[in-house]
Design a protein around this ligand. Structure first.
Ligand code: F6P
Length: 328
C-alpha cells in the first residue's frame, strides 16, 4: 500500500443513481479499514468549491446501503468548469490535506476530475454511478440495474391498463444519448418496438410493425422510446404521427421521467457499489490515479479516465434482433 495517502475525499456528482450511498459507504468503510481518514464533500464539486465537508468514520455511513439518492447530495456544477472554480476547489483540498479524491458520477464528473488532476496533480479515481450505463470500461454502472427494474415495474403496470382499454402506449425512458435502458427494459417488459438513439430505423418501420401487429391479432401494445431517440420527433409527436396514420389505434403517452432515478437499490447495485468502493480505495492507496473502476466479466478492472470518457459504450446489437424476433 502507498503510505503517502493519509486522507481521502469522496463526493457524488451529476445525476444521482440508486446505489451511490452503497458506494459512499464502501469508500468510507474501506478508508477506515486501511486506517486512512475520509472526508465527505457535499453537493459534488460545488461542495469542494464552497468547502462543504465533514470528517467521516465507519459509523457515519450506518443504515444507508438500502437508501436511494445520495446522502452526500449531488450537483451538476458549472463553476467547476472554470479555472477559477477549480482553483477555489483546490484550496479546500489543501485546507483539509486531502491526498486523493474519489469521484462517484458519470462522464461529465469524470471530465472534471481529469482536468482537476492534470492541473493540480491530486490523485483521482472514478466510480461510475449513473442510471444510463453509458460509460466505457464497465459492463454496468451503479444504478442501471435498479433503474431497469423500476422501468419494467412501471411498464408492467401500464400494460394492465393498456390491455383493459385495447390501447397503444408510447413509454419514454431516460438514458440521455444511450439506448441501454430502453433496449433492455423494452425486452424485459415485452415491448412491441424499441426506439433507441444508436439505430434510427425511421418511423416508416414503426408504422409497418404496428400495422403487422394489429393484423396478427394484438389488441394492445407497448412501444418504448429512449429519450435520446434520433427519429427527429419527440414521443408526443411520434404518438400523433401514429394516431394520424393508423386511426384504429387509441394512443396514450407516458413519460417515466425522474422516478427512474429513485428508489432503494437492487441487490446487484448494492454489491456492485460495494465492490467498486473497496477497489477504488485499494487502487488509490496502491498509487493508481486518473482511472475509473469498472466491472468486466465479473472482475474489477481499471480504465484510464480519458478512455472511459472518450470511448463510446456500445449497445449489444444482438438485443435488437431478440427484440425484433419476439415482437412477431
Ligand atoms: O444521466 C442521468 C439522467 O437521468 C439522464 O438519463 C437524463 O437525461 C438526465 O440525467 C436528466 O438530468 P436532470 O436531472 O438534470 O434533469
Amino acid at each position: 500500500m502507498n503510505t503517502t495517502i493519509k486522507r481521502i475525499g469522496v463526493l457524488t456528482s451529476g445525476g444521482d443513481a440508486p446505489g451511490m450511498n452503497a458506494a459512499v459507504r464502501a469508500v468510507v468503510r474501506s478508508a477506515s479499514y486501511f486506517n486512512v481518514e475520509c472526508i465527505a464533500i457535499y453537493q459534488g464539486y460545488q461542495g469542494l468549491i464552497d468547502d462543504k465537508t465533514k470528517v467521516m468514520n465507519a459509523r457515519s455511513v450506518n443504515n444507508i446501503i438500502n437508501k436511494g439518492g445520495t446522502i452526500l447530495k449531488s450537483a451538476r456544477c458549472l463553476e467547476f468548469r472554470t479555472k477559477e472554480g477549480r482553483k477555489q476547489a483546490f484550496e479546500t483540498i489543501k485546507k483539509h490535506e486531502i491526498d486523493g479524491l474519489v469521484v462517484i458520477g458519470g462522464d461529465g464528473s469524470f471530465t472534471g476530475a481529469m482536468i482537476f488532476q492534470s492541473e493540480f496533480k491530486i490523485p483521482v479515481i472514478g466510480i461510475p454511478g449513473t442510471i444510463d450505463n453509458d460509460i466505457f470500461g464497465t459492463s454496468h454502472t451503479i444504478g442501471y440495474d435498479t433503474a431497469l427494474n423500476t422501468v419494467i415495474d412501471a411498464i408492467d403496470k401500464i400494460r394492465d391498463t393498456a390491455i383493459s382499454h385495447n390501447r397503444l402506449f408510447f413509454v419514454e425512458v431516460m438514458g440521455r444519448d444511450a439506448g441501454h435502458i430502453a433496449l433492455n427494459a423494452g425486452i424485459g417488459a415485452g415491448a412491441e418496438e424499441v426506439l433507441i438513439p444508436e439505430e434510427n430505423l425511421g418511423l416508416e418501420r414503426l408504422l409497418e410493425s404496428l400495422q403487422r401487429s394489429k393484423k396478427s391479432g394484438k389488441s394492445s401494445s407497448i412501444v418504448v422510446i429512449a429519450e435520446g431517440d434520433k427519429s427527429g420527433k419527440n414521443v408526443f409527436q411520434i404518438a400523433e404521427h401514429i394516431e394520424k396514420n393508423l386511426p384504429y389505434y387509441e394512443v396514450r403517452v407516458s413519460v417515466l421521467g425522474h422516478m427512474q432515478r429513485g428508489g432503494s437499490p437492487s441487490c446487484f447495485d448494492r454489491v456492485l457499489a460495494s465492490r467498486m468502493g473497496v477497489f477504488a480505495v485499494e487502487s488509490l492507496l496502491n498509487g493508481s490515479s486518473n482511472v475509473m473502476v469498472g466491472l468486466d466479466n465479473g472482475e474489477m478492472i481499471l480504465t484510464p479516465l480519458e478512455k472511459a470518457i472518450k470511448t463510446k459504450s456500445e449497445i449489444n446489437k444482438n438485443l435488437i434482433r431478440v427484440s425484433d424476433i419476439l415482437s412477431v
